[in-house]
Design a protein around this ligand. Structure first.
Ligand SMILES: [Zn+2]
Length: 340
């Protein structure tokens, strides 16, 4: 029996050394030291031996068990080490490889559109005037001829921060800020920036969007100046042959108020799906600055007059590039953004 133990020891140690990875360790353990392993079975068979051989065999097999267990632990440790080394080598960085180039980014389509609009109006003498996105009820509504409880306030679903403070629903509070800053000088500014409305998000409306509006205040400014300015804008932005028309409208801060339409750029006025068969596309709301607003800005409406207009930012881009879903602008999908 003792020879069998010796044989088992030799075989088991050779097999252990031959294992190639830690996955094979378990199988070895099961085979030798497990419940039905060779050594375990031999230990159990001690009762079959003649009585005088039992102590020597018992001692020898227990010693072998301890020895094999120690060998197993040592082997397991070295295999784990080898696994780790292999893993590291597989994922190793080759520092001599050339880096992957990072392509230059480009401006977002909204920024590009805004800059085109800035450039067009800059050539007509308008400067950019930036105003805060968080503003007061007074500037966003009250001073724009919408006192508390004025029904026109319902046109703008508002994110309120407190009873007095809100996220601006339009860029128009900048009109009051600009007038108060420049008064009593004449003004030509465009007011760009983000606006917020508590709105359901659809293909046509987002709760966050850009607006850009223009404001001119001076002596003897008339509706003709407004129409001329917007015609010039339409021709420079959408193409030299564009025609515009105006319709009566209502905004609390302009009087009279108009909607400005341009002949459809897709069908040249013939009528198509985009213009809903009318041949015209709405491109801006506009009007002559309301006397109350002029007054709130510090200008005497008997001496001064002015016009204001808001062509939007995403909408011109949507028309120009035939984008049919405003949600694409801020979805951060590079497949969309890289096209512009
Ligand atoms: Zn059309």
């Amino acid at each position: 029996m003792l020879e069998q133990l010796e044989l088992l020891e030799k075989e088991a140690l050779v097999a252990l050394e031959a294992l190639e990875d830690s996955d094979a360790l378990d199988a070895w353990y099961k085979q030798v030291l497990g419940k039905k392993g060779t050594l375990t079975l031999m230990l159990r068979s001690v009762g079959e031996l003649p009585r005088e051989e039992r102590p020597a065999f018992g001692r020898a097999s227990n010693e072998l068990k301890t020895k094999l267990e120690a060998a197993f632990e040592a082997r397991a440790k070295s295999l784990r080490q080898a696994d780790m080394v292999r893993e590291l080598e597989r994922g190793a960085l080759d520092v001599t490889l050339p880096g992957r180039p990072i392509g230059p980014g480009h401006l977002h389509i909204t920024t590009q559109t805004l800059r085109q609009i800035y450039a067009i109006f800059a050539e007509m003498g308008f400067q950019v005037y930036e105003a805060p996105e968080v503003d007061t009820d007074e500037l966003n509504f009250g001073l724009l001829n919408m006192p508390p409880h004025h029904p026109a306030r319902d046109m703008w679903d508002t994110f309120w921060i407190s009873d007095e403070v809100l996220l601006r629903t339009h860029t128009s509070p900048g009109q009051i800020r600009a007038m108060r800053e420049f008064c009593p000088e004449p003004i030509r500014v465009i007011l760009p920036g983000k606006c917020y409305r508590y709105e359901h998000i659809t293909a046509r409306s987002e709760h966050q969007f850009y607006q850009v509006e223009g404001l001119a205040v001076g002596h003897g400014i008339t509706m003709t100046d407004l129409i001329g300015t917007l015609t010039e804008f339409a021709r420079r932005f959408y193409g030299p042959d564009r025609r515009i028309r105006i319709r009566g409208s209502y905004f609390p801060f302009t009087e009279p108020s108009i909607e400005v339409d341009m002949d459809c750029i897709l069908c040249d006025g013939e009528g198509c799906r985009v213009c809903k068969g009318s041949g015209w596309l709405e491109i801006a709301g506009a009007g002559m600055v309301h006397p109350v607003v002029l007054q709130n800005g510090g200008y005497d409406p008997d001496e001064w007059s002015g016009f204001a207009f808001g062509p939007g930012v995403e909408r011109p881009a949507m028309l120009k590039y035939r984008i049919d879903d405003i949600r694409l602008f801020y979805g951060n999908d590079l497949r969309f953004l890289r096209q512009f």
